[in-house]
Design a protein around this ligand. Sequence first.
Ligand SMILES: *Cc1c(COP(=O)(O)O)cnc(C)c1O
Length: 410
Amino acid sequence: MIPALMPTYNRADLAFERGDGAWLYTAAGRRFLDFGAGIATSSLGHNHPHLVAAIAEQAGRVMHVSNLYRVPQAERLAARLVEASFADSVFFCNSGAEANEGMVKLMRRAQAATGHAERTRIVCFDGAFHGRTLAMLSATGNPKYLSGFGEPAPGFDHVPLGNMNAVRDAIGPTTAAIMVEPIQGESGVNDAGPRFLRELRAAADEFGLLLGLDEVQCGMGRTGRLFAHEWAEVRPDVVSTAKGIGGGFPLGAILATEAVARHLTPGSHGTTFGGNPLACAAGNAVLDVLLAPGFLDGVQARGRTLAAALERLIAARPDVYEGVRGHESAAGLMIGLRCRLPVADLQEAALQEELLVVTAGDNVLRIIPPLVVSDAECLEAADRLARAAERLAPTQDRRSAEPVREMAAS
Ligand SMILES: *Cc1c(COP(=O)(O)O)cnc(C)c1O
């Protein structure tokens, strides 16, 4: 018989009762080190006192009023995001897919409103992940996700990431925009790289296209800058973000320049829940932490600690672990660990070591801890990954399997 909860996920047989920082606890008291952060979403970890207090306080006043009225919490959050980014204006919604849908609508609308109604097509990239709504399935382009859902939504062209010739070939008179993740998460933590992003900006300018960046996963401090594109010093026209922006509370956002945003006039786009007082109280609390002096520098520093520990792990177990991804041009706490054994097996072995990590494409483990993680916790995660390797591929001489912590101390 089908479970009451629709079985769209292969869930681990584990339920957590409470959390604290980077740790999650089951009802039976088992304690897990959470280096998945609910898929890069619990940016402040679990039970963060400032976030909890902000949500509880707002819930006790008013949670939802609709967008028929002013929402001061949303006005404040938007103003702070504008102040801290390239953007002039922000639209709030509830998820990454919804943010990307809005980003595509906005880019098409801006083309139409400036005399180019024929420009509707979006250049996307192989390995992209933009969400699970009907149009974003097409933007994602992964045949596995499209299967059985009817005609793919038209208007999305795919080319290999990093290939400017292919991008130029794909651009035609009906192209409206380029849409890219600065760092692809789902397909294996693939860094588009600063040079490629700058070339995309140049191509967009040359052909009159808009550049939309999907920072649903890599944005909101994940790479040690508020947005990952800051590493490339590229000015986008539109950015979508979600995941970490609410610290676990559902919230998404579209950030845009005035030249583009002014075309979403009243009535042209909407959402019932988007940007309600409760969600924006969460967003403001997250931003309080992210924008506090030194916090993002700390994310970079912990990212270096984690990447170095993973490099030592790879050196110690080259039979199991192959390489680190995502630190080519950015830093921070979005790291891919390419594996030589099947990642699903390593994820399971890590679970037995009470470490939570997320799999990605290309046999990569995604290491995406809360942004508040400590150096010691980063070293502990690498130790647990060494023990996970040992479970699957025992070394003859046990001493050679455990040098990660010793080397980390030196
Ligand atoms: C997770 C993700 C999405 C989809 O976000 P949802 O909130 O699940 O709709 C879109 N783009 C990227 C890059 C993501 O990582």
